[in-house]
Design a protein around this ligand. Structure first.
Ligand code: CA
Length: 231
């Protein structure tokens, strides 16, 4: 089985590297590794991988710095795989341009699922929109006419709510930080009042979720932000 997708794994722990490499190769990925940030950046410019898995605790330089430097030259999907599990670390990585974050130790199935999400970024049409219509379960959105339907009933969204929903859907499966959302929807620079995001997200949820206690679409990443369901 060959997928022909090149994955660069920047990871100094040999045991974790071989665990990831063996598992990914089994799924048909073409895997190669770097033990330091510098080597990783060198291999990136040499091999042009489709996806990068990046550890943050590297022997020569901090992974966040590697991430920022890679982002300056490329939009390649970068999935951070790190033992640093604090919310603040995750936010730092996501705001520095990581596509997603997975905390060690992890289940290989979880890693695979996250990789499949970032893989869609490589596809031409990452979201399933046909003729401007997005349909998932009981939610239908007509992006051209800006109409939203729950089952067959139209719900009215405010312009901000519609913008918020569009942003979530176009980044489906990816976690978006409060700051990223503030920046994209309201245009604020750097840090802002994350309460605004929570308030609008709550009102959006009341309109599109049948059970706001168990959201079907807009999932909360506690302390970090939101993710539109990938299922
Ligand atoms: Ca490490």
């Amino acid at each position: 089985m060959t997928k022909g997708i090149k994955v660069l794994v920047i990871e100094d722990d040999k045991y974790i590297y071989s665990f990831i490499a063996v598992s990914l190769r089994k799924e048909g990925y073409d895997v190669f590794g770097a033990e330091t940030g510098t080597q990783g950046q060198f291999l990136f410019s040499l091999e042009h991988p489709d996806i990068i898995l990046l550890d943050l605790g590297l022997p020569d330089k901090d992974g966040i710095l590697v991430l920022k430097e890679l982002r300056k030259e490329s939009q390649v999907p970068i999935l951070v795989v790190s033992a640093r599990g604090h919310e603040q670390e995750k936010i730092l990585a996501l705001d520095a341009g990581a596509d997603d974050y997975i905390t060690k130790p992890f289940y290989i199935g979880e890693l695979m699922a996250r990789i499949r999400v970032v893989e869609r970024k490589i596809d031409q049409n990452p979201i399933h929109v046909t003729n401007g219509i997005f349909q998932c379960d009981y939610l239908t959105i007509d992006f051209e006419k800006r109409h939203v339907f729950i089952d067959d009933l139209e719900v009215h969204l405010t312009p901000i709510e519609f913008k918020l929903l569009s942003l979530l859907i176009s980044n489906r499966g990816r976690v978006l930080t409060h700051n990223f959302i503030l920046n994209q929807v309201w245009g604020y620079e750097e840090t802002g009042d994350t309460k605004t995001v929570r308030v609008f997200m709550a009102s959006l949820r009341r309109k599109i979720e049948k059970d706001t206690m168990k959201p079907r679409f807009i999932l909360t990443e506690v302390g970090i932000g939101y993710r539109f369901s990938d299922q």
